[in-house]
Design a protein around this ligand. Structure first.
Ligand code: FAD
Ligand code: DHB
Length: 393
């Protein structure tokens, strides 16, 4: 089998790239190691930046998002007993869209099916080859037989644990990593959200986030110990702890109910440089991870593939040596945006979580930072500008 662009991974990065390439008339095949149901079962991000919203629209996969997504013009911060609303609309003229990753993935899957471009789910032992030369290809096992997919380019959209980054020769990549000493315990429930807008809270007992998926579905998070096991957290224990961490007046409105999903995610910052090696590109979580505070993970995956799709379209439209300019600049351009999102996610995580190992001095620094935010429109604008997302470039 032969295609122009072979994509490894059918998460949001792989599917959005496939949709954008399809739009540009570029042939592509997606190989995914899991089943479609498994991919849809992963509950992850919930907030889309304008750039991601625009790319979904450009791809022609935004009808349901525009119908069901919730535009949010601001969010709240709670710090001890103090509160601050960040008015995104007033500070930046922009909003964000609350629309779950599950729904984004579902929409992109439906779009792909309608486009007729192939996706091979449950592809085993996918291996990239020949990307340092002119004839890259993927070998894999599907439906009981060994297969080979030849392509002009391979794109690794296969997440943090994927095969593409892992197969690059030692020394080809420089990696940067910071692991945080806590996790997030998340709970999804069909209960009306406790607040119209998201609330990010720093409390003595740890961080909390009140988010949502719709007017009927809540998504809540608690900072937890890395030693915690999800089985140790009954729904009752979650609700009791969450209620303690909410501002008192908000807690009175909390509606509880059985969880639809509960999971613990570790927090990590990670970047691999560069994001291109010969005819192999990395995009999304395959190249970088942010801690979830500020919801940048999915958005970065979208902006990477937005840049890459543009560069590949230029390549296939063009003639002569100049047509490679976009793909030659992809890594540098994407990383410039990635590092700014890394900085923001690290900063927001550092401000809003409890770090007992940083002692009283660390806590006073966090309090001073929050106080500064409360009294400085300039500081709020910096936060808002990063939260709604930086331009694609
Ligand atoms: P992924 O979604 O990871 O997709 C990669 C795909 O590649 C997967 O479908 C995988 O099965 C497939 N794959 C892997 N290896 C292979 C292989 N060898 N062969 C073929 N296919 C392969 N972000 C936020 O902004 N907010 C959140 O609240 C949030 N919560 C998260 C919770 C968890 C537990 C995790 C893991 C991430 C969370 N994120 C969150 C991050 C966000 O979900 C990711 O940034 C986003 O999914 C990145 O998309 P992606 O397509 O790059 O990678
Ligand atoms: C969600 C996750 C985040 O990390 C965030 O900053 C906002 C919302 C969510 O899952 O809804």
């Amino acid at each position: 089998m032969r295609t122009q662009v072979a994509i490894v991974g059918a998460g949001p990065a792989g599917l959005l790239l496939g949709a954008l390439l399809h739009r540009a008339g570029i042939d592509n095949v997606v190989l995914e190691q899991r089943s479609a149901e498994y991919v849809l079962g992963r509950i992850r991000a919930g907030v889309l930046e304008q750039v991601a919203v625009d790319l979904l629209r450009e791809a022609g996969a935004a009808v349901r998002m525009d119908e069901l997504g919730l535009p949010h013009g601001g969010f709240e911060m709670a710090f001890g007993d103090r509160r601050l609303r960040i008015d995104l609309q007033a500070l930046t003229g922009k909003q964000v869209m609350v629309y779950g990753q599950t729904e984004v993935t579902r929409d992109l899957m439906a779009h792909r099916q309608a486009s007729g471009r192939p996706t091979h789910y449950e592809a085993e032992n996918v291996q990239p080859h020949g990307y340092d030369g002119e004839r890259p290809h993927l070998s894999y096992r599907h439906g009981g037989s060994e297969r080979r997919l030849e392509a002009d380019f391979i794109v690794g959209c296969d997440g943090f644990h994927g095969v593409c980054r892992a197969t690059l020769p030692a020394g080809a990549l420089q990696t940067f990593e910071k692991v945080y000493p806590f996790g997030w315990l998340g709970l999804l429930a069909d209960t009306p959200p406790v607040n119209d807008e998201l609330i990010y809270g720093h409390t003595e007992r740890g961080f909390m986030l009140a988010s949502m998926r719709s007017h009927e579905r809540s998504r809540y998070y608690l900072q937890c110990s890395l030693d915690d096991k999800v089985e140790q957290w009954s729904d009752e224990a979650f609700w009791a702890e969450f209620s303690r961490r909410l501002p008192a007046d908000v807690a009175q409105r909390l509606a509880t109910g059985p969880s639809l999903e509960k999971s613990i995610a570790p927090l990590r910052s990670f970047v691999a440089e560069p994001m291109r090696f010969g005819r192999l590109f990395l995009a999304g979580d395959a190249a970088h991870i942010v801690p979830p505070t500020g919801a940048k993970g999915l958005n970065l995956a979208a902006s990477d593939v937005g840049l890459l799709a543009r560069a590949l379209a230029e390549y296939y439209r063009g003639t002569g040596p100049g047509r490679s300019a976009g793909i030659d600049h992809y890594s540098q351009q994407a990383l410039a945006r990635v590092w700014k999102a890394e900085r923001f996610s690290w900063w927001f995580t550092s401000l809003m979580h409890r770090f007992p190992e940083n002692g009283d001095f660390g806590l006073r620094m966090q309090q001073a930072e929050f106080d500064y935010l409360c009294h400085s429109t300039a500081a709020q604008t910096v936060l808002a500008e990063n939260y709604v997302g930086l331009p694609l470039g």
